[in-house]
Design a protein around this ligand. Structure first.
Ligand code: C5P
Length: 282
């Protein structure tokens, strides 16, 4: 049997952290949503007892560093599955981009193995296991639109977003999330109003969402990668309703309610950057 799972990218409509916890992680308050740019994860039992990861993207680690491998290894050991497993990852989401690519592949692998091996685990169980591969995995297990708190493990579903278009622009740099968090001084950055953003999402208030987009990590990433600020400025000039860097970057997105406006922003950014996508929220 072969199982196919879609693994959508995520964007942060909001990301705030007020303090560094004693365990070395930052206490987070985020609003995240999924978009229709997705990897495809195919899972299949094979002869032998090894987990083999393959991908169409040569830059993806295929060893123990791969998040999908990590969660598959965990489930295989925990449920004593004496079988080989092939995880094929069709990569469409840019890597190290702030779009949760590795985390969503891990989440898709968890959902897929739950089906393949009939493990009967709940979403909450899968989300908890996902933490071994990264703090964005629990959100990716749940998907849709949610507030994410704690160090990434507490997921509170929010209302469906009003219809909108998302123009994603990934500059040609890769960002290490760990390095951005290490360089962050919470007393020196701007803190978005996450409560106001959550209220706007739950009221399905597009203007309120636009007004309250915000990311505490932006200034740290911009200092290292000035291209991020240039992209933000261009997207605003080209007419996006709201513009924000997602996660620790470097991808910047622009939101538009109107398709022709989104298309104009998309076409204009294409002339400026190689990796540009026009997608919808899910
Ligand atoms: O969990 P994940 O592997 O995605 O995190 C990457 C890095 O981001 C961590 O090693 C940590 O330095 C930082 N991080 C943090 N606080 C969080 C989540 C991640 O400081 N809540």
């Amino acid at each position: 049997m072969e199982i196919l799972e879609k693994a959508p990218a995520k964007i942060n409509l909001g990301l705030d952290t007020q303090f560094l916890r004693p365990d070395g992680y930052h206490e987070l308050s985020m609003v995240m949503t999924t978009v229709d740019l997705a990897d495809r994860v195919t899972l299949k039992e094979i002869p032998g007892n090894k987990i083999i990861v393959t991908s169409n993207n040569a830059f993806l680690p295929l060893n123990k560093k791969n998040h999908a491998y990590q969660v598959a290894h965990f489930l295989k050991n925990k449920y004593h599955k004496e079988t080989g497993l092939h995880i094929a990852i069709e990569k469409n989401i840019p890597i190290a981009a702030g779009l949760g690519g590795g985390s969503t592949d891990a989440a898709a692998t968890l959902r897929g193995l739950n089906r393949l091996w009939n493990l009967q685990l709940s979403k909450a169980d899968l989300a908890e296991i996902g933490l071994i591969a990264g703090s964005d995995v629990p959100f990716c297990v749940h998907g849709k639109t949610a507030q994410v708190t704690g160090f990434g493990e507490i997921i509170t579903p929010l209302k469906e977003l009003p219809k909108m278009w998302v123009v994603l622009v990934k500059p040609p740099v890769s960002v290490s999330t760990a390095k951005i968090f290490q360089a962050l001084d919470v007393s020196k950055v701007t803190h978005p109003n996450i409560n106001a953003l959550v209220a706007a999402v739950n009221a399905q208030d597009y203007s309120g969402i636009i007004e309250n987009l915000g990311n505490s990590l932006t200034s740290v990433t911009k200092e290292r990668y000035p291209i991020v600020e240039k992209i933000e400025t261009k997207m605003k000039q080209f007419g996006a309703d709201g513009v924000l860097m997602t996660g620790s970057g470097p991808t910047v997105y622009g939101l538009c309610q109107n398709y022709s406006r989104a298309k104009r922003v998309y076409n204009s950014m294409k002339g400026f950057c190689h990796e540009v996508y026009l997608v919808r929220t899910l």
